[in-house]
Design a protein around this ligand. Structure first.
Ligand code: PLP
Length: 386
């Protein structure tokens, strides 16, 4: 075992950031291929930054957030929050009373932990469902949550979405949609309507997922509800600060669904080419992915002796991809607790136009190096933990 706990994961992330810095100084930004789908961009012109230093800037960015946010999500009023999790917490603080219940419907487990955690914090009970026939709204329910697309990009169908909204509204219960990546995935790839158009009262999206924005949360919905959520957000310091709002606005202005559509149209070919050589690739909505257990199964079949854990394999492969080819994936750079699934998202700016054979050659070369490192624990450890 190499990565045993959260502290090791922190070291892994530090080691990955060091590698990124060294690639940057040797080859510049073109030596790096961010395929995480979480670009965490911070677009800001010099003029924007100068405006930030005055009281004028925030007033302008706030106003633009209403305009561009509405274009993206719909709704009567927009609110910028620090993260999607912050928006979920602020909503639950505002709308969910102690002793009441929250019902959550999603396409597949698991739900994002911020939802049950926030319920626990206010002393509410919480139920989650993936089967519409079992979906229940208890009498003391104060909020219904729908996840538009899960963390693993599993998307709810539009008909189930409408059905859950209808059941909630028949009991006069507001609906919050966790559309972190769904606000783009559902609309651009699955041709679905915006959450608000499907009847949601509130929606929150992550401005760094499948768009060129900063890590942040953007909320939209009924004005009366947004006002209540905004009050709680400001009382507890969950609201987005002006620099974040500036970068959100610029990310929204830059958002084009074409990159997502193009990735969608290329992923089948990418998957086919990779699957002719490897057993462990799976399709994702905007590319391919390797789940840790599938990678471990492949290694088992190769009869290579190794002291590494199932997760270590994924971490090691991700670190080799980064070190040798500059390919950035979540298991290398993610925060402690992040998924060990290695996702290759074709929608990101770095690879949206890349020749697929070039990208596959990089994966092949990395995989060969990875295989040689599996039974060389010392070198593997050095690469992962620095
Ligand atoms: C990413 C994600 C979140 C949380 O976003 P943060 O910016 O980390 O707070 C919540 N729900 C879903 C479905 C997500 O994919």
């Amino acid at each position: 075992m190499i990565v045993n706990n959260s502290l090791d994961e922190v070291k892994k992330r530090e080691s990955a950031l060091k590698i990124i810095k060294s690639i940057m100084s040797d080859n510049g930004r073109f030596g790096l291929y961010d395929v995480t789908g979480l670009s965490g961009a911070f677009l800001a012109s010099e003029n924007d930054l100068n405006l930030l230093e005055t009281y004028v800037g925030p007033a302008i960015f706030e106003d633009e957030l209403q305009i561009y946010g509405k274009e993206h999500l719909g709704g009567e009023k927009l609110l910028g929050v620090n993260r999607t999790s912050s928006g979920i917490l602020a909503t639950i603080l505002a709308l969910v009373e102690e002793g009441s219940n929250v019902s959550h419907f999603l396409a597949e487990f698991p739900a994002h932990p911020s939802i049950p955690r926030s319920c626990k914090l206010v002393g509410a009970s919480y139920n989650e469902y993936v089967d519409i026939d079992k979906f229940k709204i208890l009498d003391n329910t104060s909020l219904v949550v729908i996840t538009g697309a899960t963390m693993d990009h599993k998307v709810i169908s539009e008909s189930l979405f409408r059905k859950v909204v209808e059941i909630a509204h028949s009991k006069n219960i507001p609906v919050l949609v966790d559309d972190a990546s769904g606000a783009r995935l559902r609309t651009a790839i699955f041709d679905q309507k915006k959450a608000i158009e499907l009847g949601a009262d509130l929606v929150v999206t992550s401005t760094d997922k499948l768009m060129l924005g900063p890590r942040g949360g953007l909320m939209a919905g009924r004005e009366d509800l947004i006002n209540q959520v905004k009050l709680k957000a400001t009382q507890f310091g969950l609201e987005a600060q002006p620099p974040l709002i500036l970068a959100m606005v610029n990310g929204l202005k830059e958002y084009k669904k074409d990159n997502l559509v193009k990735a969608f149209s290329r992923k089948e070919e990418f998957f086919k080419l990779l699957s002719s050589k490897y057993s462990f690739f799976k399709l994702s909505p905007t590319g391919v992915m390797i789940k840790e257990e599938d990678l471990a199964d492949d290694i088992k079949e190769r009869n290579i002796e190794s002291d590494l854990s199932v997760k270590d394999f994924a971490f090691l492969f991700a670190m080799v991809l980064l070190k040798e080819e500059g390919i950035i994936t979540i298991p290398a750079v993610g925060m402690p607790g992040a998924s060990a699934t290695i996702r290759f998202d074709l929608s990101t700016q770095d690879v949206v136009d890349i020749d697929l054979d070039v990208l596959i050659k990089k994966i092949d070369d990395s995989f060969n190096i990875f295989l040689n490192l599996i039974d060389d624990v010392d070198s593997a450890k050095k690469l992962i933990l620095g």
